[in-house]
Design a protein around this ligand. Structure first.
Ligand code: SF4
Length: 205
C-alpha cells in the first residue's frame, strides 16, 4: 500500500491519473506530515508557497486515513472550487469510495416554504420575473444551493425572501420539511467522510 508521499510521487497513481501532474518534494513532505498528525491526533500548522500543491497535500492523507474530515476554506468560492474540482480529482486518482459533502450556512439554501410564501405575497412587479426564475430552478436543483443561480446578484432583495434564518424557519412544524435543502445538506454532511465547509460556518456553529 502506498504512503501519501508515494501516492504523490514519481511512481504513484497521481502521475498516471491527473493530466500535467508533476511530483514535488515539498508536497510529499507536507502530505506525510499531515498523515502523521492525523494518525497521532496531533496538531499541525503548515505554510507552503504558491505552487507546492497544498490542496492535494492535505486531501490525499485525509481521504486515505478513513477518518471523518472537515476541510474549511476562507471563502465560498474556494469552497465550491474545492468541492467540485479538487476533491473529485483526488478521489478518482485514489480510487476512493469516500463519501463527500458540501455544507454552507442556511442562508445559502433555498427554503421551499418561504419561496411559496414569497410567490403568494410578493407585491413588486419588477421582481416577479426573477422570482419565476427561482421557481423554475427550484424544480431542477438537487442541492438548492443559491450559488447555482448566477444570473441574480448576491444582494438581490429576493434572496432573504426565499432563504431562511434560524428565527423564521418553522423547523419540525414546517409543511415542506421533506423538501428542505438545509436539512438535506446537514444530513449529507453527517453521513460523509469528508465535509467541505467555510470558516464563516465553522466559527458560527
Ligand atoms: S424547515 Fe425551515 S428551512 Fe426547511 S423548508 Fe421549512 S422553513 Fe424552510
Amino acid at each position: 500500500m502506498f504512503s501519501p508521499s508515494e501516492v504523490l510521487g514519481d511512481d504513484g497513481p497521481f502521475r498516471e491519473h491527473i493530466d500535467g501532474f508533476a511530483p514535488r518534494i515539498q508536497q510529499q513532505q507536507m502530505a506525510d506530515a499531515v498523515a502523521r498528525a492525523i494518525a497521532c491526533q496531533g496538531r499541525l500548522i503548515c505554510e507552503a508557497g504558491t505552487g507546492v500543491g497544498k490542496t492535494f497535500a492535505y486531501l490525499v492523507p485525509a481521504l486515505m486515513s478513513g477518518r471523518k474530515t472537515i476541510v474549511s476554506t476562507g471563502t465560498k468560492n474556494l469552497q465550491d472550487q474545492l468541492f467540485s474540482k479538487d476533491v473529485p480529482l483526488v478521489r478518482n486518482a485514489l480510487g476512493s469510495g469516500a463519501k463527500t459533502a458540501l455544507l454552507k450556512g442556511r442562508a445559502n439554501y433555498l427554503c421551499p416554504q418561504r419561496l411559496e410564501l414569497a410567490e403568494e405575497q410578493l407585491e413588486s412587479v419588477s421582481l416577479r420575473p426573477s422570482l419565476n426564475m427561482i421557481r423554475n430552478w427550484s424544480r431542477r436543483t438537487r442541492r438548492g444551493d443559491v450559488a447555482e443561480i448566477t444570473d441574480l446578484p448576491e444582494d438581490s432583495p429576493l434572496w432573504p425572501l426565499v432563504t431562511s434564518t434560524a428565527d423564521n424557519c418553522l423547523g419540525t412544524e414546517c409543511p415542506k420539511i421533506e423538501d428542505c435543502f438545509v436539512l438535506q445538506a446537514r444530513r449529507d454532511a453527517q453521513a460523509a467522510d469528508l465535509v467541505v465547509i467555510n470558516h464563516h460556518l465553522l466559527f458560527a456553529d
